[in-house]
Each structure stands twice: as structure tokens, then as C-alpha cells.
Ligand binder design. Structure first.
Ligand code: GTP
Ligand code: MG
Length: 462
């Protein structure tokens, strides 16, 4: 257990993360019906403790790492509660770095609960959110960037977000940061050397280091910028379909979802309550919202629907404004569009012989026959800023983004200080700030608040 982590424990939630000698247990699979449920345990005494409630204690005790032991979990009256296969991990070759066991039992609501009761009776403590991963971090097995990647991986909702997180978990980001840190250490040493010599002698020597400094600054900036896409892929976006009654919003909603979810009819004012559904648009998990058509109405229920549409549109990351292409735009359309300057503009019903041609900037679409559907998906992804570019490494955590931005700014200051002829002391200070920021990403200089905030948001059982 590292010293910097030990202090965290006292500030965090009473019992907790730094109590690493405890044997902990948690259900690692979702609750509900399923073939299997995995209950995970870890801690220095966890195998011995499990043996107390296991039908074949000696086989379990003598199991080597990676061995699978068949047996039954027993309650305190030694009555079997489930038939399981226990996969044993031996320190340090385990997720946490400690001894651990993944107990594979039957799924469903009842079996895992009875196994957990038996474990609690044997003296296990229920694990805190992210506590297994915290132990992996505390034992030095993974750094903080990889610990975050674990959480991002299990929460990923699209293949793209999952691939990004997997790359970070594999250490892609950590290796890149180590390289940048190494480069900055070298630059800081060069700077110190000049300071030791007395900078009046050869201040220009440090000028040779400027291109390298600029390259590190550039890389920090690129990584910080990758957050916009990384966050979108991680969190997703809300996209609201808005427009007048009968424009074809619900038809478009169904088309994008590829199922007949929303009611469609020629009767204006069909949709009243809004509908939501999740879909994957260019790697971004999008919550698409179908809303009540905008019009002045004397029906109080429909009026409430219109009010909610306006709220939805205001709260959305993006508005897709749908117009009935058979009618010219009027001032009511323009009023809505003025309120949503970034809206994606859809000219619907172009299959209809009476349809007018789409004005400039409007996407010609037919919700009926699917014309323009692919272009619409691409336009939404583009408007969300989700075009991923070539970047292979992406950051998805605000903490990482902020640290990279801090490093970028400090390095910009360092370059400017040198070019302005300021004393090298000033440059050295800026380099130290940048180094500190980059080291913080891996958790090498992690503060207690950061660790607490980070791990307490994890899933239990991870
Ligand atoms: N020809 C043609 N008709 C369409 C198209 N899209 C929708 N319609 C028709 O337009 C009418 C209204 O469609 P909806 O999808 O219910 O329109 P809406 O915007 O959800 O309407 P409200 O919920 O009342 O605001 C229906 O009769 C649809 O069949 C299209 O692309 N082409
Ligand atoms: Mg509708």
C-alpha cells in the first residue's frame, strides 16, 4: 500500500478503501435473471475465509493460482445455498494484486443473494464502489489513467467508446504520458543546468530545447482536444426532433430507430407526450426525443405538449428541425430556428409530388421511403462534433482533460517566458507546473479528493 493512498482512507467514508487488509466481497454481474452470477472476493485472507463456507475447504485452500474448484457454498448451518465453480487467483497475479476468487454461481435474484449472505456470515465486508480497482491502483499494478479506463470500459455504450477505453486500459495513454514526462524531465534538467552555470554565460543554449518543448506542448494540446469526442462517446448526447405538427417528426423518429415506436397519423397533433429512445449514431450514444408538433392550439393537453417540446429543445445538445417540404417556410418556422441557430435542418416528404425543392442548408429527406436517412445520421454526428478524426488515443475523463490543458498552458507560458527574455527561473517554474499536471494523471501526485471522487463513482464489484 502506497503512502499517498493511506492518507485518503481516513478522509474517505469511515470504512474504506485503504482498509486493504479486509476481505471484501461483491456481486460483479448485474442483478436479474441470467445463467451465471459472479461474486468476487479479494483480500489476504479471502481464500481461507471462503473455505469456512465451502463444501471442499481443503481443495480450495491448496488451490494454485488460476485453478477452478468445484464445490458448494454453505450457510452457517452448513446447508448448501449454491453450487459453484470458484476460480482462484494468487497474489500478485490477480486483478487487485491480492489473493482473490471469482465465484461463479447460478444467476437470478435468489442464488447470488444467498451466496452473499453466506459470505457476510463468514466475515467478508461488502466492497465499496470501485474498491477492487482501487486495490489494483494502490498495489501499483495499474495507474490512475488505467483505473479510470476500467470504469469507462464497463460503462461504454457504443463499440467506438469501448475501443477507446480498451486502448487506455491497455496502457496506451499511460505510455504516451510517460514519454511526455520523460521529455519534460530532460528539458527541466537542461534548464537547471543552465541555471547552475549562471545563465548570463550561455542563455541561448536553452534555445536548442525549444522545438522539443513545443512538440510536448503540441501533444498535450492534441490530447486535451480529444476530450470533446471522448466525452461525447462516453456520455452521449440528447437530440430533439422539433417542428410543426404533421411535419413527419414521429415518422423520422421511427425511421432512425428502425422500428415503429411512435404513433404516426395524418391527424395534426398526434404526438403529445414526448418519446425517448437510445441509438448509436457514428459511435455516439444518442438519446433521440420525439416531441409534440409546434402550433397554437386551444386544446390544453396539446398546449402542455407544446410547452414541453420547447423545454426539450432547450435542454437538448442538438435540435433537429423537421419541416413539411410541401409547404414554404413561414415566420413561425423562422422564430423557432432563430432560437436554435445550430439546428440540423430537415426538409421532409420529398417523395411527395407536391414537395418543393429544399432550400439551401436544408437536408432533403423522406421519412416514408428513407431517402437521405444516412446523410441525416452523418449530419447529426457532425453537428455534435463527433467526427473522430485520426486520433488513436482519446481522453474521456474531465480530470485528464483538465490536467492536460494545465500542462499545455504552462508549456505555452514557458516558451513565451524564454522568448521574452525572462530569467530561466521563470521557465523552470512553468516546466515544473507542467510536469506536476502530467504526473497527476497517472496518480503519481494524486490528491485525496481526486481519488475519492474517482473511485466512489465506480460500479460495486469493479
Ligand atoms: N409522403 C410523405 N408523407 C410523410 C412523410 N413523413 C411523414 N408523412 C406523413 O405525414 C403525416 C404526419 O406524420 P407524423 O410522423 O405523425 O408527423 P409528426 O410531425 O410527428 O406530427 P405530430 O405528432 O402531429 O406533431 C402522416 O400521415 C405521415 O404518414 C414522408 O416522408 N413522405
Ligand atoms: Mg408526432
Amino acid at each position: 500500500m502506497r503512502g499517498s493512498c493511506r492518507a485518503v482512507y481516513r478522509s474517505v467514508m469511515g470504512t474504506g478503501y485503504l482498509d486493504s487488509d479486509d476481505d471484501i466481497a461483491a456481486l460483479a454481474t448485474p442483478q436479474g435473471t441470467g445463467a451465471l452470477a459472479v461474486t468476487r472476493i479479494a483480500g489476504p485472507g479471502c481464500v481461507e475465509r471462503l473455505a469456512r463456507v465451502f463444501s471442499r475447504p481443503d481443495v480450495l485452500r491448496s488451490a494454485a493460482g488460476y485453478a477452478a474448484v468445484y464445490g458448494k457454498v454453505l450457510d452457517s448451518a452448513l446447508v448448501p445455498v449454491d453450487e459453484v465453480v470458484a476460480v482462484v487467483f494468487r497474489s500478485p497475479r490477480s486483478y487487485t494484486g491480492q489473493d482473490g476468487v471469482d465465484i461463479m454461481g447460478h444467476g437470478g435474484m435468489a442464488s447470488p443473494a444467498r451466496v452473499m449472505d453466506a459470505l457476510m456470515a463468514a466475515g467478508f465486508r461488502l466492497a465499496l464502489p470501485g474498491e477492487f480497482t482501487f486495490r489494483a491502483f494502490a498495489s501499483g499494478r495499474i495507474d490512475l489513467a488505467r483505473a479510470e479506463a476500467v470504469d469507462e470500459l464497463v460503462r461504454a455504450r457504443t463499440a467506438e467508446a469501448q475501443a477507446d477505453a480498451l486502448e487506455r486500459l491497455g496502457g496506451g495513454l499511460s505510455r504516451q504520458l510517460d514519454e511526455l514526462i520523460g521529455e519534460l524531465v530532460r528539458l527541466a534538467a537542461a534548464c537547471e543546468l543552465r541555471l547552475d552555470y549562471g545563465e548570463d554565460e550561455h542563455p541561448e543554449d536553452f534555445a536548442e530545447a525549444l522545438p522539443a518543448l513545443g512538440a510536448v506542448r503540441e501533444r498535450c494540446a492534441e490530447l486535451a482536444d480529444s476530450y470533446a469526442v471522448g466525452r461525447l462517446r462516453d456520455r452521449g448526447a440528447r437530440v430533439a426532433l422539433a417542428g410543426k405538427t404533421n411535419a413527419g417528426k414521429s415518422s423520422l423518429f421511427n425511421r432512425l430507430l428502425k422500428e415503429e415506436r411512435a404513433l404516426v397519423s395524418a391527424h395534426p397533433g398526434t404526438t403529445r407526450d414526448y418519446l425517448e429512445a437510445e441509438l448509436d449514431l457514428g459511435g455516439v450514444p444518442v438519446v433521440l426525443v420525439d416531441t409534440a408538433g409546434l402550433r397554437v392550439t386551444s386544446d390544453p393537453v396539446e398546449e402542455e405538449g407544446v410547452r414541453r417540446t420547447r423545454l426539450m429543445a432547450e435542454g437538448a445538445d442538438l435540435v433537429v428541425y423537421v419541416a413539411d417540404g410541401r409547404h414554404a417556410l413561414d415566420e413561425d418556422d423562422y422564430a423557432v430556428l432563430a432560437a436554435h441557430p445550430g439546428a440540423v435542418l430537415v426538409w421532409n416528404k420529398i417523395d411527395d409530388p407536391e414537395a418543393l425543392s429544399a432550400p439551401a442548408d436544408w437536408l432533403p429527406v423522406s421519412a416514408r421511403d428513407g431517402t437521405g436517412e444516412r446523410q441525416l445520421g452523418a449530419a447529426i454526428a457532425r453537428a455534435l462534433g463527433a467526427s473522430a478524426g485520426e486520433a488513436r488515443l482519446r481522453v474521456a475523463s474531465k480530470r485528464q482533460h483538465d490536467a492536460l490543458a494545465r500542462a499545455r498552458d504552462a508549456l505555452t507560458d514557458a516558451e513565451r517566458a524564454f522568448l521574452d527574455g525572462e530569467p530561466l527561473d521563470a521557465v523552470a517554474v512553468d516546466l515544473a507546473v507542467a510536469l506536476d499536471a502530467l504526473r497527476g494523471i497517472g496518480g503519481k501526485t494524486g490528491s485525496e479528493d481526486v481519488l475519492e471522487a474517482l473511485f466512489s463513482n465506480f460500479c460495486v464489484g469493479k
